[in-house]
Every structure is written in C-alpha cells, then in structure tokens.
Design a protein around this ligand. Structure first.
Ligand SMILES: [Zn+2]
Length: 125
C-alpha cells in the first residue's frame, strides 16, 4: 500500500524501528540522506576558472552551523544531482522517514517539495 501522490508526509524514524510498507527512509546512509552534516566543515575549493585567467576561489571553509543551512545545501546538491523524475520514481507515493525531531528543519522537506510540486496536473516529466 502506498500513499496518494501529492500527499506524502514526513514521519519520524526511530533507531531499530521497522518502517511501515508505505514509508521509505531518507536518512543517512540511504541514497537520499543529507551529506551536509550539522556541525561539520565543508571545504570550499577553487570553484571556477575566471574568463580572464586564474581561478575564482570560495571562502575556504564553511561551518554548517544550523539546520536551515544544512537543508539549503542539500537543496542545491539534490537538484543538481537528481532530476525530478528520478526523485519521483524512487519516492513518489511514499511517506519519508527521518530521525529528525518533528517541527525542525529537515532535508526530507526538500524531497517533499519535489514530490508535491510534481503531483500537480500540469507537471509532465
Ligand atoms: Zn531529517
């Protein structure tokens, strides 16, 4: 049994708990886990070649200080890595489980945004 498209929800996952069949985990280490861990440091390497020569550098290091930043980085990474269709094929019609506390910023919301946006009638792959 699956969830109606467009009505997928985020649910709480607990260690050692078996998930119901209409639920998929999006926590690490699943393919959909957030690689940008809260409290970790992200190396910002040379990101581009300047058209007049030389490299355009990032800031050096970025500390992931809070959940909204981790989620923002995830959004950028996800949408640059997977197509909407890949996300829908894998997760459409399932509730998404993560270990985060309810009502906190969580990367599952980014996945839900894609699932809900693409469930509208006008969307075509
Ligand atoms: Zn989460």
């Amino acid at each position: 049994m699956t969830v109606r498209r467009g009505e997928e929800r985020r649910v709480r996952q607990r260690r050692g708990q078996k998930l119901p069949p209409e639920t998929k985990s999006v926590a690490r280490p699943s393919r959909w886990g957030n690689p940008f861990k809260l409290g970790s440091t992200l190396d910002v390497r040379p990101i581009d070649r300047h058209p007049e020569g030389g490299l355009v550098y990032g800031a050096g290091a970025l500390l992931i200080v809070d959940r909204p930043l981790a989620v923002a980085l995830y959004r950028s990474w996800l949408l640059g890595t997977f197509s909407d269709q890949q996300i829908v094929d894998a997760l459409g019609g399932y509730d998404l489980a993560c270990y985060c506390e309810p009502l906190t910023a969580c990367h599952a919301e980014v996945l839900l945004d894609v699932l809900h946006r693409t469930s509208k009638g006008r969307w075509r792959p």
